[in-house]
Design a protein. Sequence first.
Length: 137
Amino acid sequence: MDSRALPQDATGTAPRPRGFDMDVLVGSILLIGVTAALALLLAGALWHWAVHGTMTYDFPLRGTNLLDFVAAEVRDLLAGKVTVQVVTSLGIAVLLMTPYVRVLASMLYFIFQERNLKYSLFTAFVLGVLTYSLMLH
């Protein structure tokens, strides 16, 4: 085999192909989640300020838990009711769900990529606690 066919590192050996990079996925989830939440919250704040001339909010958070909260806002959004409250509430929901999605991705990684029972169980436990706490009434 021709040695020029594979790239080589400084030691003269071909580097191992890189597998799935969990750090990149987790970083991307956090970056996208926080950026989206920031954009929604900023848009809601600027919209509220433009309409009311103040940064004081006076609307309740609907729903008794995160699922009810998100469902109420998504229903309004799908019904075409795009309001300051809906935009701001969706920003809050995205911010709350970002760590949840990160733990879910980690659990799936440990189950399917690493096949590590111990870490799979740890992250499943953390995901269960997060789920329970987000769905409390």
